[in-house]
Design a protein around this ligand. Sequence first.
Ligand SMILES: *Cc1c(COP(=O)(O)O)cnc(C)c1O
Length: 385
Amino acid sequence: MKNRIHLSLAHMGGHEQKFIKEAFDTNWVVPLGPNVDGFEKSLNQYLATQNSQLSTLNSQPHTVALSSGTAAIHLALVLLGVKTGDEVICQSFTFAATANPITYVGANPVFVDSEDETWNMSPQRLKEAIEDRLQQTGKLPKAIIPVHLYGMPAKMEEILAIAHQYKIPVIEDAAEALGSEYKTQKCGTFGTFGILSFNGNKIITTSGGGALLCKTQEQAARALFYATQARDCAPHYQHSHIGYNYRMSNICAGIGCGQMLTLEEHIARRREIHHLYMELLKDVPGITVKQNPDEKSNSNFWLTCILVEPEKAGKTREDIRMMLESENIESRPLWKPMHLQPVFADAPFYGNGVSDHLFEKGLCLPSGSSLSNEDITRVVEIIKR
Ligand SMILES: *Cc1c(COP(=O)(O)O)cnc(C)c1O
């Protein structure tokens, strides 16, 4: 049996151990310290915006490093004051971690379908959903959570315009989109809050971790307060708010500091892999590789995705997935939309079949930055069989 090709694996750049050793040597084995500060600073610099018409940032976001991307979404909802009985609009076509935190604060998700071009939240469906919720409940949703799925930037210009019109804050789920750009601005820096994930299979990893991207220092300070058990300013332990234990550890942040040194290479390699798939699959009937829809979008291509039309391809998405698996190659159907998940069966949904279709026809191909061109060729040969 040939060696296993994974969908997306962590790729160490070689600098991580140095930061971890330093943390041990200086006894910073706690959820704060120089690596946490350094990691936040390097993210701020990396995400800083230049010359974007869309930007509401003057310079850099204020990043708070946390224990996971899920925790970051939860804290964003807490900071926005979302409470029991409120409604939050969420992209249906995503990983469950986008939607789950809505229920942690007792709120109810309202799911919105995707559009064909980016596979992300449809601005048209979003507007319909807001209007209809207003009609049905007399209230506006408390937040909108669009996602840049697989690294592909959502239509932020249109989504922000609608959010602005109804004065609804946006929590931008950029968990899969570190380094992706929309109109040359980094994904994660558009919303009232943005979130990143550093889980094991994302663009960079801290073994597990995430970040909340804030617009102001005050918001970041509030996020930090809630992330560290909401201690009042007193010599003893005193609490006037419910807090959380969500801060990133200094050891994990050390991995992050090391990963940041090779971030550009990781992303360049993912884009190269995507390009190679496009070249190798371009004349294969019934198979289309998802691409940037226009010059505004610059995906990091965290995962390269294909759609399979069985009539033309002579095989289904599942046929291909099983053929790859029998050759020890991991691939995965596109995310199953939240409106089709048993756990969210009762949630309202505004859509017209776009994400249902993507789930039925779509497959994620191995895209990790440590894969060789020979690995990609091996995958493509099997798809073509
Ligand atoms: C990974 C992921 C998350 C959650 O991040 P964790 O760090 O794993 O908690 C949220 N949203 C999307 C779209 C993701 O892919």
